[in-house]
Design a protein around this ligand. Structure first.
Ligand code: ADP
Ligand code: MG
Length: 316
């Protein structure tokens, strides 16, 4: 098949996407497909319309690529594409929407309150902060609704930290959430669809080596975060994490693959879902490929499966 690999773009996660794309291209080449690398930009529609690939592999992360925009364009162009459709992308890219959907479906997610910038500017939302602080306890996690890769996430340890954390989150999105902090272990469960439907891969645990917070730099500076797969957690917790990941995948309407991030509370053993990523990283240090490998699925087999699913999808 002729496969266009969509990568890059101008999101804050461009560099990771370039690495994901390069690895996907290599795998597609080894699988015998004809590869058309596409660094996504203003000429995307023209390029795709002219090239008419059999299928598009979307290796974009962040705004544009992961929020449903590119998926909608691909549908308009009639080009089959990998992974989730526009509606799941929209739900997952916005943590406020995703968390409401999870909560409504009974999937545990840390307590939260969300605000738009307009609520602060026009409705005096700042006056509601003390009530929120009382309900959530410190530290409070402040994050932009969108983006990813821990960009714009701050832990407010006292009431004095909250306004600054909110301002900083607003530099990434017009909507922010204040979320209950979970002191515990950082887990990720990837879901990959197989012949018998979605399958949860082994649990990955992210263990930061130095900081108490697994931040943006820690995540991408090789060696500063250690990823353990399968995670060394009790079997029951692992089984429950995989079950929650599958439920999350279903509730949010994902397709092909996705990665669900969870927290395992040290004190209570409770598992909560933080978010789902519809286009998880596919680099050689990314968690989905690592989990697939642990399940005996090579990177090439993973790519082949996701491509097959793209072609098999019946248009919405
Ligand atoms: N409520 C929380 N309690 C404790 N740690 C959190 C919480 N929310 C986020 N974190 C930390 O920040 C990381 C990134 O948060 P996440 O919600 O997955 O956003 P993203 O990955 O899109 O930046 C998590 O993996 C976790 O280490
Ligand atoms: Mg995450």
């Amino acid at each position: 098949m002729r496969v266009a690999v969509l990568k890059g773009g101008d999101s804050l996660e461009r560099q990771v996407s370039m690495r994901s794309g390069a690895r996907v291209e290599h795998a597609l080449d080894r699988l015998g497909h004809e590869v058309l690398p596409v660094d996504v930009g203003p000429d995307l529609v023209d390029r795709l319309a002219a090239a008419r690939p059999d299928v598009a592999f979307v290796a974009l992360h962040g705004r544009g690529g992961e929020d449903g925009t590119v998926q909608e364009l691909l549908e308009l162009l009639g080009i089959p594409y990998t992974a989730s459709g526009p509606s799941a992308c929209i739900r997952c890219m916005d943590k406020v929407i995703a968390k409401h959907a999870l909560r409504d479906a009974g999937v545990p997610t840390p307590d939260f309150y969300a605000f738009s910038q307009a609520a602060f500017e026009e409705l005096g939302a700042a006056r509601a902060l003390p009530a929120i602080e009382e309900r959530l306890d410190f530290p409070i996690v402040v994050k932009p609704a969108g983006q990813g890769s821990a960009l714009g996430i701050k832990f407010a340890r006292t009431a004095e930290d909250v306004p600054g954390a909110i301002v900083s989150a607003f530099s990434y999105d017009t909507k922010v959430l204040l979320e209950r902090h979970v002191a515990g272990r950082d887990l990720a469960v990837s879901v990959l669809e197989g012949p018998d439907g979605p399958q949860a891969l082994p649990v990955v645990e992210a263990v930061p080596r130095e900081e108490d917070f697994y931040d943006f730099e820690a995540r991408y500076e090789i060696g500063r975060t250690e990823f353990i797969c399968p995670a060394s957690i009790p079997d029951e917790a692992a089984a429950r994490a995989r079950e929650l990941a599958l439920e999350t995948y279903r509730v949010l309407g994902c397709y092909g693959f996705a990665r669900v991030d969870l927290m395992l509370d040290d004190a209570t053993g409770e598992l909560t879902v933080l978010e789902a990523n519809v286009i998880p990283g596919l680099t050689d240090t990314s968690l989905l490929p690592l989990a697939a490998e642990a399940a005996g699925i090579t990177f090439e087999a993973l790519i082949a499966r996701v491509l097959e699913l793209a072609v098999a999808r019946t248009p919405a």
